[in-house]
Write a protein that binds this ligand. Structure first.
Ligand SMILES: [Zn+2]
Length: 100
């Protein structure tokens, strides 16, 4: 398993970003802390991959509602964050249902 994971997660700027990498880096990307090279590859993947694009939209909405409710007591449901985390872990295990 370790070899499969390291193969999935290997950073290679010359090939398209995989769903596994997107799952791993999506939060950094949307937090605007990802380096430009990987951010560009991730953005390109989101354009082509509907499932990752939808997850990115979901996470954006979570972030937005967090920002809107900052200081408030009505936090984003934990299960929204947990679901996103699970998505990333699923992808890291290579369980994504689509291939390009
Ligand atoms: Zn994808």
């Amino acid at each position: 398993m370790a070899s499969l994971l390291s193969r999935l997660l290997r950073r290679d700027p010359s090939r398209p970003m995989s769903c596994a990498e997107v799952g791993e880096l999506l939060q950094e990307y949307l937090d605007d802390v990802l380096d430009d090279a990987r951010a560009a590859r991730l953005a390109a993947h989101l354009e082509e991959c509907r499932r990752c694009g939808l997850e990115a939209d979901t996470y954006r909405r979570i972030k937005q509602s967090l920002a809107e409710r900052r200081g408030g007591h009505d936090a984003v449901p934990d299960n929204a964050i947990a679901r996103l985390r699970e998505f990333g872990e699923q992808l890291a295990r290579g369980e994504h249902p689509h291939e390009h």
